[in-house]
Design a binder for this molecule. Structure first.
Ligand SMILES: Cc1ncc(COP(=O)(O)O)c(C=O)c1O
Length: 441
């Protein structure tokens, strides 16, 4: 036994478990409270954002073939994979980069972290935002600024407001993070909207980190345009296998450098990767080539997956919009929407719910059992009441197969599809409705 507890660096004091994982602990606590009153109800799982579908068959087959590739790989990724990624982005998104300008990393999360570590300057994060960016910037001691997005603007960046904002920042290089399609709002920017934002960035010494990890889930798929195409000289694009290929546990992400980027940037990534983790697992890299090749069966896969997300997201957000006092964004990609409780502020306050974090706790409490991600985690400004709804709590394999056999053809059939495949999520929305009605009691 040591004489005193082991000392931990105080720099970690401000770091908390990411909210989507912390919610697991909150749920466990709530279950104990429920058991004490004889309630053994499971919770409605709107908190976790993991694709429910099986991985693509070819990816799985390739992984089996490469189990014996046990040697370390190059820190930036094996060359055949970097070439496959370069061809994929050129073919699918018209983003032209050379294989040497591509970094394969330990999920997008690690690549974002490394980029924040490498680049000079301030970071601008439009909010609400994905739970990952701010804690990473904070951990690295980076200056970062929230850019609050307004409901009136559809939670999209207003180019004029952006310009005003950038001009007010210290006159150094900035990095603006744009997550498109967006987690948590489901917003998808059009080409012309992106072009306007890019003009502002060009004028204001601002680089863009385009987190496009949900790109292939865009419901009207041809509408997705990569910032890497519009602003080639100033955009870092990230993507990977976690979301549209349903393989989060493979932990494989990719980052594309800006066109004509300096070799020093690639060197910086190489040094960091080699110092921290040497290389990402070699068998996963060989398998991932399959996810970037041009293969007809992949188009069926992406098409089904994005259609099922569309059906779930449109149906459930529509149901939420029919609840008095709530406003849900209607997602256009990904598997989240943002549920705004702002109109209910006075009623929430009368029940002692004064912050969005408290709203999250109240939704989870008995008898509602609704797990969401709220408040600080999605970087809501103080005084805003809202929750991120992830709509992936169903059996993805069954839904995928059912969709193949009985493809819904209209709104009525979409609703029936959700009722058949995701009854738990329908009940979850009913529970949200009950929560809102009980605010009047
Ligand atoms: C917007 C966004 N970016 C990045 C990530 C991290 O993805 P990865 O699994 O590739 O690390 C996520 C995962 O939830 C996400 O939602």
């Amino acid at each position: 036994m040591l004489k005193k507890p082991i000392d931990i660096q105080s720099t970690l004091n401000n770091l908390h478990m990411p909210e989507n994982l912390a919610i697991g602990l909150m749920v466990a606590e709530q279950k104990i409270k429920c058991q004490q009153i004889g309630c053994d109800f499971e919770y409605f799982g709107f908190a976790f954002g993991e694709s429910p579908f099986p991985v693509m068959t070819r990816l799985e087959q390739e992984l089996r073939k490469h189990t014996l590739d046990s040697n370390y790989a190059s820190a930036l990724g094996i060359e055949p994979l970097r070439s496959a990624v370069a061809s994929f982005y050129n073919r699918v998104f018209q983003v032209k980069r050379r294989p040497e300008q591509i970094v394969v990393g330990l999920g997008t999360k690690m690549l974002v972290y490394m980029l924040l570590q490498i680049l000079e300057g301030d970071v601008v994060i439009p909010t609400p935002a994905w739970i990952g960016y701010a804690p990473q910037a904070g951990m690295l001691g980076r200056a970062w600024h929230p850019l609050p997005l307004r409901k009136e603007d559809g939670y999209m960046i207003d180019p004029k407001a952006l310009e005003h904002y950038l001009v007010s920042l210290p006159p150094c290089q900035h990095l603006l993070i744009i997550n498109n399609p967006n987690n948590p709002t489901g917003v998808l920017y059009t080409k012309s909207e992106l072009e306007e934002i890019v003009s502002v960035c060009r004028r204001n010494n601002t680089l863009i980190l385009a987190d496009e990890i949900y790109a292939l889930t865009s419901y009207q798929y041809p509408d997705f345009v990569s910032l890497g195409q519009i602003y080639p000289e100033g955009t870092f694009v990230t993507g990977g296998l976690s979301k549209d290929r349903s393989a989060g546990g493979y932990r494989l992400g990719v980052l594309l450098m800006p066109e004509d980027s300096d070799v020093a940037l690639v060197d910086a990534f190489e040094k960091l990767a080699a110092t921290i983790y040497s290389s990402i697992p070699t068998p996963i890299q060989w398998a991932a080539i399959a996810a970037y090749e041009d293969h007809p069966s992949d188009y069926f896969y992406y098409d089904r997956v994005r259609n099922i997300h569309r059906i779930m997201g449109t149906t459930l957000s529509g149901m939420c919009n029919r609840i008095n006092g709530l406003n849900a964004t209607i997602p256009q990609g990904g598997f989240y929407y943002y549920l705004d409780f702002q109109e209910l502020q006075a009623k929430l306050s009368s029940k002692g719910i004064e912050t969005s974090n408290q709203l999250g706790k109240a939704l989870l409490a008995h008898p509602y059992h609704i797990a969401t991600v709220t408040g600080d985690a999605i970087m809501l400004p103080p005084g805003s009441f809202g929750a991120r709804i992830a709509f992936v709590d169903y059996d993805g394999k069954a839904a995928y197969e059912h969709y193949e056999r009985h493809t819904p053809k209209n709104e009525q059939e979409d609703i029936q599809f959700v009722r058949d495949m995701a009854p738990n999520m329908i009940e979850g929305v009913e529970a949200i409705k009950q929560f809102v009605m009980d605010l009047d009691s």
